[in-house]
Design a protein around this ligand. Structure first.
Ligand SMILES: *Cc1c(COP(=O)(O)O)cnc(C)c1O
Length: 452
């Protein structure tokens, strides 16, 4: 079947995620046949450099030989088994390994099957924990502005990206939003590399008043990815954990996007040398292969559930695919690759290369507001007015148009609003970084030449 025929069939039946399907009339879905390394290839043989790691999940390239082998081996041994009263080696090995590399409070692991479900689990755990230790007033959750924690009702309730949540407001949990860091447009006139997280005052003052009713604060450590790769200072996290400990509030670190080396350290929390009570992991956990998530927690949380059955303190949450062995075996192999191939150190050189490369083309980029980078995440924020940092009107769909131009040039650079970002698989080479950055530059220039 030709590309066109496949596209027609697709649009007859499929509803794609995060899309206005009417857009597909002019811009039908590209039918991908295969992937290798940082490239994906469509049925006509066109290749695209996957600069967004297929929505932030891929770490070691498409069709990675080591992971393929681990998966084949596992699928020929055990594909799945009920995880209540049963267990298996891949789950045991994964949990032992993940606890050994995670922040020190985290001692136990609960399984989910995607990022949003990990957030749901974390919220339920925190709420039930406080019920069971007798702090029954602690029933509410706090998040920060521009937060994103997923799409299911509980997770969406913790978010603050109107685009995704506004219409559902009447059916969401009533979370408490506190203004968080906004370093590019800092209201305290500071800079993220030298500030003392002055903006934390908003959180401190709010929590001082409402701490009696707060069960947990949910946060994306260091980078608010969905909000447009907004990067803030680790000092904010240092202050946050102190505040949480002071008032018996659980800190839920959502490392779903930033975990597994994205920010230059294994976990973003490591930059601040803090340990949350609960940490959510997914995305890179399986290097982009399978849906799987983990919720790590401290003994303090776990112990509040541990009692005779009839006390009814158990955590009776489950998913049909809890602890899926295929996902676990891939995750184990992923962690082995980190060790064997010294990924964190190698990424230091790569992220430095990326930074230098982008900085060398910045002078060419019109309407540049800021380039910010942390580890293997880089983001170019385009603004309508450089002085006032006024953003482009969202109706102009600046990023979406640039994205389409970049695709024609062979790079998948899915933008977030007016922010063009790089979040490539770690196997990207220096030549491929050059190509990715040059295509971004050329696409931006071309768009603005055509849309003065
Ligand atoms: C992607 C993401 C989620 C949701 O994960 P899904 O697997 O898409 O449900 C939650 N939090 C953050 C920070 C994310 O980036």
């Amino acid at each position: 079947m030709s590309m066109k025929e496949l596209q027609e069939k697709d649009l007859k039946y499929v509803w794609h995620p995060c899309s206005q399907m009417k857009d597909y009339e002019k811009f039908p879905p590209i039918v991908i046949e295969k992937g290798k390394g940082v490239y994906i290839e469509d049925v006509d043989g066109n290749t695209y450099l996957d600069a967004v790691s297929s929505w932030w999940v891929n770490l070691f390239g498409h069709s990675n030989q080591r992971i393929n082998d681990a998966l084949y081996k596992q699928v020929n041994t055990l594909e799945h088994v009920i995880f209540a009263n049963f267990t298996h080696k891949p789950a045991i090995e994964l949990c032992e390994k993940i606890i050994s590399i995670s922040p020190d409070r985290l001692k136990k692991v609960f399984f989910g099957d995607n990022g949003s479900s990990a957030i749901e689990i974390a919220l339920k755990l925190s709420f039930q924990y406080h019920q069971q230790i007798g702090k029954t007033n602690k029933t509410r959750f706090v998040n920060i502005s521009d937060a994103y924690h997923g799409e299911t009702i509980g997770a969406l309730s913790m978010g603050d990206v109107d685009l995704y949540s506004k219409v559902y407001k009447p059916i969401l949990l009533d979370s408490i939003k506190v203004e968080g860091p906004d370093c590019f447009r800092c209201k305290f006139n500071k800079e993220r590399n030298t500030c003392n997280a002055e903006c934390f005052i908003n959180m401190e003052e709010k929590i001082k008043i409402i701490h009696d009713e707060v069960s947990a604060i949910v946060i994306e450590p260091l980078v608010q990815c969905a909000a447009g790769m907004k990067i803030y200072s680790p000092k904010y996290l240092v202050k946050l954990i102190e505040l949480c400990d002071k008032y018996d509030i659980n800190l839920i670190a959502d490392e779903i996007a930033v975990g597994f080396g994205r920010t230059g350290k294994m976990f973003a929390c490591n930059h601040a040398q803090i340990s949350p009570d609960i940490m959510c992991l997914s995305k890179g956990l399986t290097a982009g292969y399978m849906p799987l998530s983990l919720v790590l927690m401290s003994d303090k949380i776990y112990d509040a559930f541990y009692d005779d059955y009839n006390t009814m303190k158990a955590f009776l949450h489950s998913h049909s695919y809890s602890g899926n062995p295929l996902g676990c075996s891939i995750a184990v192999e992923t962690l082995k690759i980190f060790e064997d191939e010294d990924i964190i150190n190698k990424n230091k050189i790569k992220s430095e290369y990326l930074k230098n490369k982008v900085e060398s083309v910045l002078k060419d980029i019109p309407y540049l507001g800021e380039y910010r980078q942390l580890g293997m995440i880089g983001a170019i924020e385009l603004v309508k007015n450089k002085e006032t940092k006024e953003p482009f009107e969202s109706e102009k769909r600046v990023g979406y148009n640039i994205y389409q131009k970049a695709l024609k040039k062979g790079v998948l650079l899915r933008a977030l609003g007016n922010i063009i970002y790089f979040m490539p698989p770690y196997v990207i080479s220096e030549e491929e970084i050059d190509f990715m950055v040059e295509v971004a530059r050329d696409s931006i220039i071309e768009y603005f030449n055509e849309n003065k």
